[in-house]
Design a protein around this ligand. Structure first.
Ligand SMILES: C[S@@+](CC[C@H](N)C(=O)[O-])C[C@H]1O[C@@H](n2cnc3c(N)ncnc32)[C@H](O)[C@@H]1O
Length: 204
């Protein structure tokens, strides 16, 4: 499917694989093999509510995959964006790093990519961020540890969002288990609640 300048192939059954590879090679511009735009359809309202369109802000995305959300943040706000990802997911015979770079081309001045696991990067970062998106490893223990490591980096009044809060399945495999554990320990420092399939906390 082609939407504006963005080519999205989802789902991509095996018999369409070669066509997808050809499309990737013969088109230019952003190209996403998975479309997550609908899960953050409320973000324009959220960003207005919390004044996140103002200049001079810093955002952090833990788990950026091909850069679809990274690109949205760069196109729609004036913020600088840090992303954390080990970039190990090859698709269409193209490395994740190359797909990410294609999808965020033109924004390198406001983008800093940390090519590593969050457990290493979040311990090193010292920047305060006004917005943090937790969307990396989805097991409950990973979500909990990303939350604990990222929370001190969030400025007062800043917004943290977790994806896939609604995932079904075993407790240890669900982001919800990690988010709920984190919220129950930290909730006196925040205003929080679910928003569609995501969960949002605002630091007091
Ligand atoms: C669901 S995708 C992220 C989607 C992206 N936020 C978006 O909206 O387009 C999850 C990403 O987390 C990354 N990831 C998995 N484990 C990670 C870890 N321990 N630290 C950082 N990123 C991780 C994967 O490589 C993958 O790119």
């Amino acid at each position: 499917m082609t939407r504006d300048r963005v080519t999205i192939i989802t789902p991509y059954p095996p018999d369409e694989w070669n066509a997808a590879v050809e499309l990737y090679e013969t088109t230019t511009g952003p190209f996403f093999t998975t479309d997550w735009e609908h899960v953050r359809g409320y973000w324009p309202d959220l960003f207005t509510e919390h004044d996140l369109y103002r200049p001079g802000l810093r955002f952090l995305e833990v788990g950026c995959f091909e850069g679809q959300t990274t690109r949205w943040l760069l196109e729609h706000t004036k913020a600088t964006v840090d992303v954390v990802d080990p970039f190990t997911v090859e698709r269409l015979g193209v490395s994740q790093w190359d797909r990410f770079r294609r999808n965020t081309a033109g924004f390198s001045g406001r983008l800093r990519a940390h090519n590593n696991y969050s457990s290493a990067v979040l311990r090193r970062l010292r920047t305060p961020f006004e917005f943090i998106y937790i969307d990396g490893a989805h097991d409950a223990d990973d979500v909990l540890s990303d939350s604990v490591l990222a929370w001190p980096l969030l400025s007062p009044g800043g917004v943290m969002v977790w994806d896939d809060y609604d995932w079904p399945g075993d407790a240890w495999k669900r982001p919800k288990t990690g988010v709920d554990a984190f919220i129950s320990c930290y909730e006196r420092h925040m205003i929080h609640g679910p928003r569609g399939v995501q969960y949002v906390a605002v630091k007091r």
